[in-house]
Design a protein around this ligand. Structure first.
Ligand SMILES: [Zn+2]
Length: 282
């Protein structure tokens, strides 16, 4: 094996990161992103594998489209692109896509991301099909009858701005439904962009019961904060270099298990050297 030395001063050295929730926007919205530009950008950020969400136009709901995403990802020769296919045909929530066929074509998971599978019976069937081949369903947990046309968290700020809000209950109730159906079907389930305290409590309790449920955070919520409320110098004196806190929209900052890890220390070092202070999570 050929050995090469690289100058890594001021850089983080990590294993290749994996993004489970990337939006490459192709086909249909190439003015925002393409498979090639997204996979090149991912690689620049340390991500060697990205899973592409299927809410494109057309939505990725057929084996041919799955193959097309894989081919374009391969042609980009950057981060490895793994397609996620839709749960329902056309992502319309009316009829199940052929999950088994899509999986055979290379889809690594299934999601109608951007929308929930509103029909509980259909969602049950999706999980039942997924269970037969141990496939992963990724659900956008939101009760759309409660969220309606809300554009932000419903609370004092939405009231002050006069903007329609989305109550926490829109997520709490959807997550409760999804967990109940996952429990009934014993399928694997990943709940995406979770942001409420109630949803986190429900997921924790479900995991404690042994259900195969995982969650992803809402975008823009993780922050790297320097120290436990103090300045960088104070924190360093106390031996705490960084505390990574996850902010839930209706609750306080939460400390993650990553606090005091080497990567957190390195992040603070970058902050001290004038690099951006906010961790980006796709
Ligand atoms: Zn998404």
């Amino acid at each position: 094996m050929q050995r090469r030395e690289l100058e890594a001063k001021g850089l983080l050295v990590t294993p290749g990161l994996i993004d489970l929730h990337a939006h490459l926007r192709e086909p249909g919205f190439e003015e925002s992103e393409t498979i090639a530009s997204g996979s090149r950008a991912a690689l620049r950020g340390g991500f060697t594998t990205i899973c592409a969400m299927p809410n494109t136009e057309p939505a990725i709901d057929s084996p041919g489209l799955v193959a097309e995403v894989i081919a374009r990802g391969g042609a980009a020769a950057a981060a490895r692109v793994l397609p996620i296919a839709t749960i329902t045909r056309g992502r319309t929530g009316r009829e199940l896509a052929d999950l088994i066929e899509l999986s055979a074509a290379g889809a690594v998971a299934f999601s109608d991301d951007g929308s929930p599978v509103d029909d509980a019976r259909l969602f049950r069937h999706a999980l039942e099909y997924a269970r037969t081949k141990d496939l992963l369903i990724i659900e956008h947990a939101q009760d759309i009858s409660l969220s309606r046309n809300g554009v932000m968290h419903e609370g004092v700020v939405s009231a002050r701005l006069g903007l329609p809000g989305i109550p926490s209950a829109a997520e709490d109730t959807a997550v409760a439904r999804d967990i109940a159906i996952a429990e009934m079907t014993r399928a694997r389930l990943h709940l995406t962009h979770i942001s409420t305290r109630g949803a986190i409590a429900s997921i924790r309790a479900a995991k404690a019961r042994g259900l195969r449920i995982t969650r992803g955070l809402g975008r823009r919520r993780p922050r790297i904060r320097v120290g436990a409320g103090g300045s960088a110098n104070e924190s360093r004196d106390r031996g705490i270099w960084a505390v990574v806190r996850w902010r839930t929209r209706a609750g306080p900052f939460r400390e993650s298990g990553a606090s005091r890890s080497r990567s957190a220390r390195d992040a603070v070092r970058l902050v001290n050297e004038g690099q951006p202070a906010t961790a980006r999570v796709a």
